[in-house]
Design a protein around this ligand. Structure first.
Ligand SMILES: [Zn+2]
Ligand SMILES: [Zn+2]
Length: 271
């Protein structure tokens, strides 16, 4: 049986060879184990709310301590632990303490930096959609690295404007959200949020106007799904955080109890 299985795998690799999107070496996945170990396996210490890197300083302010110890990684994904009955002891950066964003937590798998930024570009502009489930697995691993993190009731991808969706043909956030929802055991609602304005891409506008660029850009399609719920927002990259902040504020206006961002890559702040 094993021999037959290996033989099938062998012939699949011969017929459909797969190469690592980073080093070009042959592998069974979109990224080889060596590249994953080198670039994506290490979890940085991040602000629990905005996911900017922070130093691990014991005297940093802490929010509510966990009421329940989670003995295993699997327990973190137990749906019974969703909601406010479990709160992680969290390090929060000075910016979030002085100017709290509308979202309550952010999970980021990696920094948006060389060479992983190339994967984001390959997914978004090269339509290498096979990368999206790999991104979702890295986000899931980042979730597992935060025991006690309350899981959302549902996931919602950051929507693209209709113009950009037609131009690109797919929403990379939705491509990540679907496998992530399956991995976390929560529902995915692709059209829960709508982008009512086709705003210019945040990467193309000056940092000083990014907040105003997305203000009022979103609407919630089904408020009944949001009232009193914990909403998870999914995107490929979080840069300034203004897009996710505006979307979180929109969900909070519709009664969301909590909003957590799940992103593959977080752009580190400029020094
Ligand atoms: Zn590789
Ligand atoms: Zn922060």
């Amino acid at each position: 049986m094993t021999t037959r299985y290996l033989s099938l795998r062998h012939w699949l690799r011969v017929l459909m060879p797969s190469t690592c999107a980073l080093c070009g070496g042959g592998c069974d996945d979109v990224v080889c184990d060596a590249c994953r170990e080198a670039y994506a396996a290490v979890q940085r210490m991040r602000c629990a709310q905005c996911a900017n890197p922070i130093a691990q300083i014991p005297s940093l302010p802490r929010r509510r301590e966990p009421k329940l110890a989670l003995p295993t990684a699997q327990a973190t994904l137990d749906p019974r632990l969703r909601g406010d009955d479990v709160c992680e002891g969290a390090n929060i950066c000075g910016t979030c303490l002085s100017t709290p964003p509308a979202f309550d937590a952010t999970v980021a798998a990696v920094d948006y930096a060389i060479p992983l930024d190339q994967l984001v570009l390959q997914l978004k502009f090269g339509a290498r959609l096979a990368l999206a489930p790999w991104f979702a697995r890295q986000i899931r691993d980042a979730v597992l690295a935060r025991p006690g993190l309350p899981l959302p009731d549902l996931l919602c991808p950051v929507p693209l404007g209709p113009g950009r969706l037609v131009e690109r043909g797919f929403n990379q956030a939705l491509e990540i959200a679907r496998p992530l929802a399956a991995a976390l055991g929560v529902a995915c609602h692709p059209a829960l949020a709508l982008r009512t304005l086709d705003t210019p891409a945040q990467s193309g506008v000056a940092p000083s106007v990014r907040a105003s660029n997305v203000r009022g850009a979103f609407a919630v399609e089904d408020p009944d799904l949001v009232e009193g719920r914990h909403v998870g927002l999914v995107d490929d990259v979080m840069t300034s955080g203004h897009t996710l902040g505006e979307l979180a504020a929109t969900f909070k206006r519709f009664g969301a109890a909590r909003v957590t961002n799940f992103v593959f890559a977080r752009t580190p702040p400029h020094p």
